[in-house]
Design a protein around this ligand. Structure first.
Ligand code: BGC
Length: 816
């Protein structure tokens, strides 16, 4: 394959950083192998390797290396061709039946059929194929796919292992002294039936283009895994089942702040593999040098030493146990982390872990303040949430206010669950205890809503009402909308959408927006003739077309236009980076920054202004179908990863990110109209915190509100989320857009309607995406209309249009 120089460079960079995202879950020293030899290779992901999940987060690469290809290229002789061929046949047969089932549902008029086509996940089939390969070692690659539009299910073949997988994995473990179970998954699977019996388990994850090569590098010890879990892996029964999940209308977050390790640690349940856990090919020791408290900033300096025989990298993690008080508290909360550079055997590095106490404060509903209650805050240093040592404490003499806020988000119809008793041990003797000077302590200031430039305001002021309304919805063709999630863009083929392109003569540039987060999602190629650019491989259609009845394909203009137009074909090959969860597993912001840099470079190359990523919703349930796009169950890990990738993208002039989906979008079931019901404390401490960290540390150019409702109102209709929190409390000074509300995606009628243009603009979103004549008409109807459901004034439209113009001018100026 004749790769362009930029592709070669990006692929080489991804290959080198991908091992940092792999997590070694178990090892007995049988790996890495000394040299490539004869290898028995099995499992669903061996040949059908997954580079990422499905839906708008899937990147249309030219090609990628499967695990089978990577191993062959590295010099391995695969002895299991017969098994791999036979598995392919089993898969094809199962796939044909599965596709036919969904096609029939859509043809019969099932209104949810289209969303199913988008996120349809075929459970792994069962089969009985002889494991008769030979070799010096065996590798079983287990894969699971999931994606937008559907949640995962706690059944065999999805979250659980199938009887076939359990049988085959255990028999390979028994047969081969060197056997590795490799997991090509975007999120947890319940490994209970095999976890304590298999000696070597590697979470490879879904690593984008070079997954096969990167895996071979690790198998041969040319690289080593240094990732840590960004979410807890446990038996299905052990996860928190206190709140609802995947309910159609109301999803009650009854578990409150007890999400992920905050739950497991507080109720004393032992997960299979805890949050923050990951082994290496070597071992480390941590020793504390000093603990300091400077005003409200805590620093812990530790020395990390490689005590083993191979090079490696370790992640030092600092947790805090906040004292129980008026507010109940989880056993511990991650407050800081730092990854070392590569350490050779015997080498040491000093790492500095720091955090502001105000950032671990808790929301007190009674006073609408974040507070630090009086008591002793134990500092725990370690290498996973279940492997920490208390190294000191901070003493707070009297309760202080960390942030004075106002109420947002509405109220739930329940009181948050709390554990009966959270484990708590007295601080061991002799450890340093530092006291906060509560008299000198100040609450963190709130920045207030930022100003819009005079230039942008003047341009908006000169527009008619109708023109303003056009700016407040995405671009569309008047003659029949081609609006389609993931591919409504008209300027760059395969981009997800554009902002209004009607007024270049008034000095208003249009912004091109393309999806992520696993790279830049564009069509691989497009045509160009005297009429302009045209799409020849509409990528999202490719994804769903197998599921759609023929008539539907025709009415949706999905036919190949290649036959009608004969222009020049251009390439738009983009690089698939590791999925969000895999990036978070690196626990290294530099890895995220490097990936952002690759995306930003490709945005410049192909003329995209806003990347519709990163996505940082919280892994609340391991079953959320889009978790692979998201980072972690922990807001700090999520927020830091998002800020770092933002930095990488935005280091390219004229390019910006769009952090999404703001907020509480933690399931795919009825995703446009599901109501997330939760307390304000839960909202602020778990579901908004990552966004705040990303805004304050990454300065993203845009934010995408989410589809779902929060406490009975769409998040995109909530002025308190957009204006009060995002702009007022965090100082966000960019553009707010909606997620892609397309009428035909809504599916069957449910309790709540989908969000509408007037509701979102009134709440402070600047652009309703992807845009259609109906949305423009909705804005015009709401204007100065007291009878409208969401009445608007010209001031609303002018403000939103001015903010869009402001960003468009800024990005253009940077690019020049
Ligand atoms: C997804 C977004 C995506 C948008 C545009 C929506 O369905 O939820 O994540 O950015 O489509 O493709």
């Amino acid at each position: 394959m004749n790769l362009y120089p930029y592709e070669k460079e990006h692929i080489a960079r991804i290959r080198a950083l991908a091992p940092e995202c792999m997590v070694l879950l178990k090892t007995n020293g049988a790996f890495p192998l000394k040299a490539p030899g004869r290898l028995a290779l099995y499992g669903s992901g061996a040949r059908r390797t997954l580079k990422g999940g499905t839906g708008s987060g899937d990147v249309n690469v030219r090609a990628f290396t499967t695990i089978e290809q990577g191993l062959r290229a590295a010099g391995f002789t695969i002895t299991t061709d017969a098994w791999l061929d036979a598995y392919d046949a089993v898969w094809q047969k199962a796939r044909a039946a599965f596709t036919a089932g969904i096609k029939a549902r859509i043809a019969a008029g099932d209104p949810d059929g289209f969303m199913l086509a988008l996120g349809a996940v075929m459970p792994e089939p069962d089969y009985d194929l002889p494991l008769d390969g030979e070799g010096d070692a065996a590798v079983y690659v287990l894969s699971r796919v999931c994606g937008e539009g559907d949640d995962r299910h706690a059944v065999p073949g999805d979250f659980e292992l199938t009887p076939t997988e359990i049988r085959d994995i255990l028999s390979l473990q028994a047969k081969y002294p060197r056997f590795l179970l490799a997991l090509n998954v975007g999120g947890p699977v319940d490994l209970t039936p095999v976890a304590d019996k298999v000696d070597n388990i590697l979470l490879v994850s879904q690593l984008g283009m070079t997954i096969g090569d990167s895996f071979a590098d690790v198998l041969l010890g040319k690289a080593y895994p240094s990732g840590k879990l960004a979410s807890t892996w446990a038996a299905w029964a052990d996860y928190c089942h206190i709140g609802d999940f995947a309910e159609m209308d109301e999803t009650r977050y009854r578990e409150g702040v007890y999400v992920g390790y905050r739950y497991f640690d507080s109720v004393g349940k032992t997960p299979l593999f805890p949050f923050g856990y990951g082994l290496g090919y070597t071992t480390f020791e941590l020793a504390v040098n000093r603990i300091e408290l400077d005003s409200s900033f805590v620093s812990v300096e530790a020395t990390v030493t490689n005590t083993g025989r191979r090079p490696g990298r370790e992640v030092a993690q600092l947790y805090v146990s906040v004292p129980q008080g008026k507010l109940d508290q989880p056993f511990q909360t991650l407050a800081a982390f730092e990854k070392t550079d590569e350490l050779l055997p015997g080498e040491s590095e000093n790492v500095l872990l720091g955090f502001d106490l105000r950032d671990i404060a808790s929301f007190d509903n009674e006073t609408a303040c974040e507070i630090l209650e009086a008591g002793q805050y134990a500092l725990r240093l370690g290498v996973s949430s279940r492997d920490t040592t208390v190294v000191g404490a901070i003493e707070i003499g009297k309760t202080v206010i960390a942030r004075q806020l106002s109420h947002i988000g509405g109220e739930p119809d329940f009181v948050d669950w709390k554990p009966e008793a959270v484990p708590c041990a007295p601080l061991p003797e002799g450890l340093p205890v530092l006291s906060l000077d509560t008299d000198a302590f100040d609450p963190a200031p709130l920045p207030g809503a930022p100003e819009i430039s005079e230039e942008a305001k003047a341009i908006a002021a000169g527009l008619t009402d109708e023109e303003l309304a056009y700016l407040c919805v995405g671009d569309y063709r008047e003659t029949g909308s081609d609006s389609f999630v993931g591919s409504a863009g008209m300027q760059v083929m395969g981009a997800a959408g554009d902002s209004c392109s009607r007024y270049p003569d008034k000095g208003i540039p249009s912004l091109v927006m393309a999806d992520g987060p696993a790279g830049l999602r564009l069509d691989r190629q497009y045509g160009e003739d005297e009429q302009g650019r045209y799409s020849i491989q509409p990528s999202l259609f490719e994804l769903v077309k197998d599921f759609l009845p023929d008539e539907m394909v025709n009415t949706m203009h999905l036919n190949d236009v290649k036959a009608e137009r004969h222009g020049v074909i251009h390439d738009q090959y983009c690089t698939a980076i590791p999925v969000g969860t895999a990036l978070a597993q690196s626990w290294n912001p530099e890895v995220c920054r490097a990936c952002g840099d690759i995306v930003g470079e490709e945005m410049e190359r192909f003329g995209v202004h806003l990347w519709l990523a990163p996505a940082l919703n919280i892994h609340r349930s391991p079953l959320c179908g889009r978790n692979f796009e998201y980072y972690s169950e922990d807001p700090l890990v999520s927020g830091r990863a998002a800020a770092a990738i933002t930095d990488g993208v935005q280091s390219h002039p004229g390019r910006g990110v769009t952090i999404k989906h703001y907020a509480c979008n933690n399931q795919e079931t009825n995703r446009l109209r599901n109501n997330s019901v939760m307390s304000e404390r839960t909202l602020r401490e778990i579901y908004l915190r990552g966004f705040r960290i990303a805004v304050e540390n990454g300065d993203p150019r845009a934010v995408m509100t989410s589809y779902n409702l929060l406490n009975g109102e769409h998040t995109s209709h909530r002025e308190d989320l957009v204006e009060t929190a995002l702009r007022g409390e965090w100082g966000f000074d960019g553009l707010v857009m909606t997620d892609w509300v397309v009428a035909f995606m809504a599916g069957a009628a449910h309790k709540y309607p989908a969000a509408c243009a007037s509701g979102t603009i009134k709440a402070g979103n600047d652009v309703f995406m992807p845009g259609s004549p109906v949305d423009h008409a909705d804005l015009m109807n709401a204007l100065n209309n007291g009878e409208a459901r969401y009445p608007l004034t010209r001031a609303h439209l002018e403000k939103c249009a001015a903010r869009l113009i402001d960003l468009a001018l800024l990005l253009r100026e940077q690019a020049e």
